[in-house]
Design a protein around this ligand. Structure first.
Ligand code: T4K
Length: 415
């Protein structure tokens, strides 16, 4: 518990945690079951190339989402690349700038220009009206992102895409197990893509999946995942190697078996954060709608600097000093990283909501590796920093510059 400013690690106090507390610490699930599966696959000597665990993982994902076709891949980025190509996207595709850079790179990697669109400040998701305004004769599709697991305005996006013959894909990397208006994510648009990266609440070490109701798209995606082969010697498409290994599918299946337990841990953590941060001025915790079956895997704060008296970046540095590795996802926005920044240096002027969010959002640790005690300590530090914000600012300003990193960092961000 911090009592004086000097107790903050950034001012030389002892860090609240002896070891780093991460955002995205993997959920492990049933270790015995995983090891059994690994023994099985070793005994079978079938390690990759559409093995039985891959097929079973695909079936389970179809069952969970209600989508008729599933193609699992080596990671979510390759799943996006394959889905984009299998859907026939080209030239320009409209995509939010406020997303993990993989969403944009999956387009640019195959010579398609991501046209960055602003987001709705309330949902953090693609703003359909803004998307519609960006359509040009070169536009071939829209790639929405269900950020933090909360669904895009899928119906409005479909109404914009369908009459114009545009393809509609969703990056559902955050949205496994979530629903929208009674339908599971995985069943919207031409296809949806999940990620099972280690930091996702259900993981396959590395992994991804394409879910679709379009049989022809599914067939193309399946071929593209395996170099374009349709038979031993018959290559029909340009393809890549996007296959998931059996050991990854074994982890994916095992992790999926614990989805209810992981969601419950996330939900409990979310409500605890909500209670402990409820009355702090200028700090807002992203809301989840229980009726949309959220997976609660991200604890997303918005920091209103003028109300808190501390910038988001200074709060991040304070928490990092305490060994709480909070993250500024998705700072600075795709439009501000290469190659997009050089291609269109003025993009920020057309993305006011994205620009605002990348300065405000901070993600806190959750998942099965984080319990009530850790959350209590993290919230104590945040509460202390917020309630002493004015003094933190003036203390920092009064103190003589010192050579250590903490001071160098704090001076960087002080007004
Ligand atoms: N679309 C969206 C919207 C996405 O968010 C992502 C991925 C994708 C597409 C692409 O899907 P994949 O191709 O990745 O399947 C992480 C993940 O690497 C990335 O998968 C994820 N989004 C993104 C939101 O977060 P980083 O660069 O922040 O990862 P890193 O290495 O800093 O790890 C995060 C924290 O977790 C660290 O504090 C360390 C800790 N950690 C990480 C790993 C891998 C562990 O404790 N154990 C581990 O094994 O991107």
């Amino acid at each position: 518990m911090k009592a004086a400013l000097q107790d903050l690690a950034i001012f030389g106090g002892t860090p609240a945690f002896a070891e780093l507390l991460h955002v995205g610490r993997p959920n492990i699930g049933n270790r015995e079951r995983l090891l059994e599966r690994i023994h099985d696959l070793l005994d079978r000597r079938w390690l990759t190339n559409n093995g039985p665990y891959v097929l079973e993982f695909e079936q389970q994902l179809c069952r969970l989402t209600g989508a008729p076709h599933c193609i699992v891949t080596c990671n979510g980025t390759v799943a996006l690349e394959i889905a984009i190509r299998a859907a026939g996207m080209s030239q320009e595709v409209i995509v939010p700038a406020f997303t993990f850079v993989a969403t944009a790179h999956a387009l640019q990697w195959q010579g398609i220009t991501p046209v960055f669109c602003d987001v709705d400040p309330a949902t953090h998701n693609l703003d359909p009206e803004a998307a519609e305004r960006l359509i040009t004769p070169r536009t071939t599709g829209i790639l929405g992102v269900h950020l933090w697991g909360r669904a895009c305005r899928v119906d409005e996006l479909a109404e914009i895409a369908r009459p114009r013959g545009l393809k509609l894909l969703f990056d559902a990397a955050h949205a496994l197990g979530c629903a929208h208006r009674g339908r599971m994510i995985g069943g919207f648009g031409d296809a949806e893509v999940f990620s099972f990266h280690a930091t996702k609440f259900v993981n396959s070490f590395e992994g991804g999946a394409i879910l679709t109701a379009d049989e022809a798209l599914a067939d193309r995606a399946r071929m593209m995942r395996n170099f374009g082969f349709v038979d031993y010697d018959d290559v029909r498409y340009i393809g890549t190697n996007g296959k998931m290994a059996e050991v990854a599918a074994a982890m994916g299946l095992t992790s999926l078996e614990s989805i209810a337990e992981f969601t419950e841990a996330n939900r409990r953590n979310y409500h605890l954060y909500r209670t402990l941060l409820a009355d702090l001025p200028g700090i807002t915790l992203l809301q989840y709608d229980e009726s949309e079956r959220p997976n609660y895997q991200y604890i997303v704060l918005e920091i209103e600097e003028s109300a808190v008296g501390l910038s988001r970046d200074l709060l991040q540095r304070i928490l990092h000093s305490e060994n709480v590795l909070v993250r500024r996802y998705f700072y600075p926005g795709c439009h501000r990283v290469e190659p997009y920044r050089s291609a269109d240096p003025g993009a920020r002027l057309t993305l006011p909501q994205t620009e605002r969010l990348v300065q405000r959002v901070l993600l806190l640790p959750t998942g099965t590796a984080v319990g009530a005690e850790e959350i209590g300590t993290v919230c104590d530090v945040i509460r202390f920093a917020v309630t002493r914000a004015g003094e933190i600012g003036s203390h920092a300003a009064r103190a003589a510059p010192r050579a250590d990193t903490a001071w160098a960092e704090i001076e960087d961000v002080l007004p």
